[in-house]
Design a protein around this ligand. Structure first.
Ligand SMILES: [Fe+2]
Length: 388
């Protein structure tokens, strides 16, 4: 395939807008469901967003089976239990309401609950899922993972202390409903770290060697919206305009990386999550500066384009010429302003862990293969040293 060719593989419906989650019952009925299941994490039932979804379903005469057991960065073992439960209850559609962990979990659960011949261990990796599972509707409550449009699901393997992905077009959900109102209650530090993840999706998909003309436009729009509004969304979670733009930016970034992929920032971040349980957005932010510095030589034009997108041309008409490394300063200043850590040592990770983290990151071939520059284990080790 030519590098500039475009393959477009998204949910059949992507619905975006304030209040759109109230349309959920229509979509459940359109998909022919008689017995849906609502999948969330344990804290979700305490939120107003959950209460609103529950009332919407009840008003439509729908009484879904409730599963509230999704842990953050979910361990793979949890899937077997949940899938037995869904089968026993005779559920015919899954609704995932939550952040990236809940949505990733729901996507794979749809496959396991429908097909008892599908073995979890055999679908880890790329294109190993044999066929589509139960219909899935996803409603993100954080603006970060892009899981509502992506074919990717990430799980923690506790014994090996690693995170691994399941990637398949059969994991793309049927309906994604992105309602910024669902993000209003998200606490500051989670808005900050998930927002950085979304911004990094925009950046990494933009510089990915597998980007195409459509994904690059989506990446730049995502960067512009998230960079422009994330600080405001963190400072005031009820800032409607900020929440709207960060939600839309996160969706656009998810669409961009669903085509172009993410790259070395994500590859180097995964060992921090797998072994030290650093939240995904924080792990990415810690690696960001150093991976961007490594990738800069040879990619100056792409960096300049990103910096140009971030700096409003009107505001800075008089300012100095834009340099490629401005993009690094701008994103790291934003991370500092919204108090997302940017050094490995601040996360309590011992320096001695660096060699084994470098070995683990080097195995992330799926992500490293998208990176604009190749990395050896030694390159990765040096990047970790700088980030420490
Ligand atoms: Fe991510």
């Amino acid at each position: 395939m030519n590098r500039e060719d475009i393959v477009f593989n998204y949910p059949s419906k992507v619905i975006f807008g304030e209040g759109k989650s109230r349309e959920l019952p229509e979509h459940i009925l359109q998909l022919g469901s008689k017995r849906p299941a609502l999948i969330t994490g344990p804290n979700m039932p305490k939120t107003e967003a959950f209460g609103q979804i529950k009332r919407t379903l009840q008003d439509a005469g729908l009484n879904p089976f409730m599963f509230h057991g999704v842990e953050p960065e979910p361990p793979i073992e949890l899937l077997e239990d949940a899938s037995n439960m869904i089968r026993k209850e005779g559920c015919d559609l899954l609704i995932g309401l939550g952040g990236g962990s809940t949505m990733d979990f729901t996507k794979v659960l749809g496959v396991l609950a429908k097909w008892d011949d599908v073995v979890l261990e055999q679908i880890i990796g790329i294109n190993k899922v044999p066929r589509k599972g139960l219909p899935v509707i996803l409603l993100p409550t954080t603006s970060g993972s892009g899981s509502e449009v992506s074919p990717v699901a990430i799980f923690t393997f506790k014994e090996e202390q690693v995170k691994k992905g399941i990637v398949s077009p059969y994991l793309v959900c049927d309906v994604a409903i992105v309602d910024p109102v669902l993000t209003w209650e998200v606490p500051r530090h989670i808005t900050a770290s998930t927002g950085m993840d979304a911004l990094i999706h925009g950046i990494e998909s933009f510089i990915s060697i597998n980007s195409n003309p459509l994904s690059r436009e989506l990446s730049l729009s995502a960067i512009r919206k998230i960079y422009g509004f994330l600080e405001r969304a963190v400072l005031d979670g009820k800032d409607r305009q900020a929440r709207y733009n960060v939600s839309l930016g996160s969706l656009l970034a998810g669409m961009a990386f669903s085509m172009a992929g993410t790259a070395a920032v994500h590859a180097l971040a995964y060992p921090l999550g797998g072994e030290f349980h650093v939240p995904h957005g924080v792990a990415n932010t810690v690696m960001l500066r150093h991976v961007l510095e490594y990738n800069l030589p040879g990619n100056e034009k792409l960096y300049e384009e990103m910096a140009q997108t971030m700096i409003s041309p009107l505001k800075d008409r008089e300012s100095k010429k834009i340099c490629p490394d401005d993009v690094i300063d701008l994103v790291m200043k934003l991370a500092e302003a919204i108090e997302v850590p940017s050094r490995l040592r601040d996360l309590g990770i011992p320096k001695e862990a660096i060699p084994r983290m470098a070995e683990a990151a080097f195995e992330e071939k799926r992500l490293l293969g998208n990176n604009p520059k190749q990395l050896s284990v030694e390159d990765i080790r040096l990047i970790y040293e700088r980030a420490w």
